[in-house]
Design a protein. Structure first.
Length: 246
């Protein structure tokens, strides 16, 4: 692998927009074979066509990370199409930000299901393949929200810190068999904040993001950097945020 990325098979959840989309395009341009998963099949189809038209290799599957069998199907697609899986990027995420006293149990459950259980399902699908191959790379897209705890983000930050903890356990358990990378973005120019149900919180975050957000390609470049390292080099935690972010 000339550049450490070329010919690697990379599965990406939440690949239809934002960080997932930018990462798919960058890795494909560097010669990776990308396996794209998300709920919005129309966006996946458009992205896949764009990558192929640019000379890249890509396949996609409409799937939901809250369904364990569908995450397993994404990994199986990689095996069926390309014969192996080198990297899984657990990127799909959701934020439903509220004060805890508002008791938005539905929002809590959504974040636990997508951010935490969805990541665990990705790990569960990839690890048996990595064990057989004797190699692999798990990349979890986390958040700066888990580093600095602020009001309204308690449960969201908790799910992200749970992923951070799981990643560290995976790294130690690996003993060199697979690599584990956690990437924590700050404000990024994506549709992410627009999905928040609380209108006032959504408006504040959207406004703040419009003022300071960095492009999704900045996160994609970090992912590419981690993947491109020699097999014996494990890039652990990377924090990427706007220079002006608190």
């Amino acid at each position: 692998m000339i550049n450490g990325i070329e010919n690697k098979v990379v599965a990406i959840t939440g690949a239809s927009s934002g960080i997932g989309e930018a990462t798919a395009e960058l890795l494909a341009a560097k010669g990776a074979k990308v396996v794209l998963g998300a709920r919005r099949a129309d966006l996946l189809a458009t992205l896949t066509e764009r990558i192929r038209n640019a000379g890249g290799q890509a396949v996609y599957l409409q799937m939901d990370v809250t369904e364990r069998t569908e995450v397993a199907s994404l990994v199986q697609l990689a095996l069926n199409e390309f014969g192996r899986l080198d990297v899984i990027i657990n990127n799909a995420g959701i934020s439903q930000l509220q004060l805890l006293e508002d008791v938005d149990v539905e929002g809590w459950e959504q974040m636990i299901d997508v951010n935490l259980k969805g990541t665990l399902y990705g790990i569960a699908a990839a690890l048996p393949v990595f064990k057989l191959q004797g190699s692999g790379h798990i990349i979890n897209i986390i958040s700066t929200a888990g580093i600095t705890i602020v009001p309204t983000m308690g449960v969201y930050a908790a799910t992200k810190n749970a992923v951070r903890t799981i990643g560290e356990a995976l790294r130690q358990e690996s003993k060199g068999r697979w690599r584990v990378t956690g990437i924590s973005p700050g404000f990024v120019d994506t549709p992410f904040a627009g999905k928040i149900k609380n209108e006032s919180i959504r408006d504040v975050l959207t406004q703040r993001a419009s003022e300071i957000a960095i492009p999704a390609t900045a996160i994609a470049e970090a992912v590419a950097y981690a993947i491109a390292q020699p097999d014996q080099v494990d890039i652990g935690d990377i924090v990427i945020r706007p220079a002006v972010q608190d």
